[in-house]
Design a protein. Structure first.
Length: 310
């Protein structure tokens, strides 16, 4: 302990200032050496206020960014399969050229296969065709009456001047195409919007889901998905231009290795998944997600079972 009594002295570190010595160490701020010091020790310095926490606004999710789904890892042919439920360690990736297939699992479900989607579309095409036979039958018969004479005249003289379509035949053709488009819309959009499944998708055990959650799409989003594909139907009469664009759209999942999204899926931010066999009768519940529908038993409904419709 120092024998120097407490008081104001010149600061050894800076002789042009003076500081208060409390008997054990320097205390307080330094003042000029020629200034008159206070009679006692200086006022203690206030403790610095703790900085206020800066609230960082929550990051807004990018609606265009595809969520990072869990993945399944399929070994190449001839490689021993992994144990059931095996998942790769964090950060693991198959070596380039190893043949391992990496596939996303949206909301815990496997992606629907191209064969399933193709067969489901065939069933839906057949269903819409039956509707057209009923609704468009009269227009088709009238178009047939207009078309047959032109066709016969063209076949009678293949190298001569070909007959031109009549105004009535063109009117009938456009009428049938517009009606066919509306029938397709009414068949597909409400069903996909409410439960994510048309008749064909239900039979094939696949479902349309949003990329970000398992909620029902709603009619607006289902219409947006359908419109990218279905609104080209009236252009079938333009040398098959509309049909060609629909064919390109239908084949586009072959070129999306990540989520197998068609162009109309990318437009509506949807993905088509395969439901497990025990979940195909009802809408699926994703792990940790919400259920769009369920089956329940009500003791008050006449003492019987009431099954919820998916």
């Amino acid at each position: 302990m120092s024998s120097l009594p407490a008081g104001w002295y010149k600061d050894p570190a800076d002789p042009e200032t003076q500081r208060y010595w409390d008997g054990e160490g320097w205390f307080g701020k330094a003042i000029p050496a020629d200034a008159t010091p206070p009679s006692g020790p200086p006022e203690p310095e206030p403790e610095p206020a703790a900085p206020e926490p800066v609230s960082t606004p929550a990051a807004t999710p990018d609606p265009k960014k595809v969520p990072e789904y869990p993945q399944t890892w399929t070994p190449p042919p001839g490689y021993p399969p992994p144990p059931p439920g095996w998942m790769p360690p964090p950060g693991w990736a198959p070596p380039p050229g190893s043949g391992w297939v990496v596939q996303a699992r949206p909301h815990g479900f496997a992606l629907a296969g191209m064969g399933q989607r193709f067969l489901a579309r065939l069933v839906d095409v057949f269903a819409v065709l039956l509707l057209n036979v009923v609704v468009n039958g009269w227009f088709a018969y009238q178009f047939y009456l207009e078309f047959v004479p032109m066709w016969r005249a063209a076949m009678a003289d293949p190298f001569g001047e070909q007959p031109q379509p009549t105004a009535r035949s063109e009117y009938l053709l456009w009428t049938m195409l517009i009606i066919a488009t509306l029938l397709w819309l009414l068949y597909e959009a409400p069903a996909v919007g409410s439960r994510g499944q048309t008749l064909g998708k239900r039979l094939m055990g696949i479902k349309v889901m949003a990329v970000e959650n398992t909620d029902a799409l709603g009619f607006g989003r289902a219409f947006k998905r359908w419109a990218r594909l279905g609104l080209w139907t009236p252009f079938w009469g333009c040398a098959g231009f509309g049909l060609l664009l629909q064919l390109v759209d239908s084949l586009s999942p072959l070129f999306d290795q990540q989520l197998r999204q068609a162009l109309h899926d990318k437009t509506a931010r949807t993905v088509v998944v395969a439901l497990p066999p025990d979940n195909r009768q009802h809408s699926a519940v994703a792990p940790g997600g919400t259920s769009s529908s369920s089956s329940s038993t009500s003791p008050d409904a006449g003492g019987g079972n009431s099954e919820g419709q998916p």
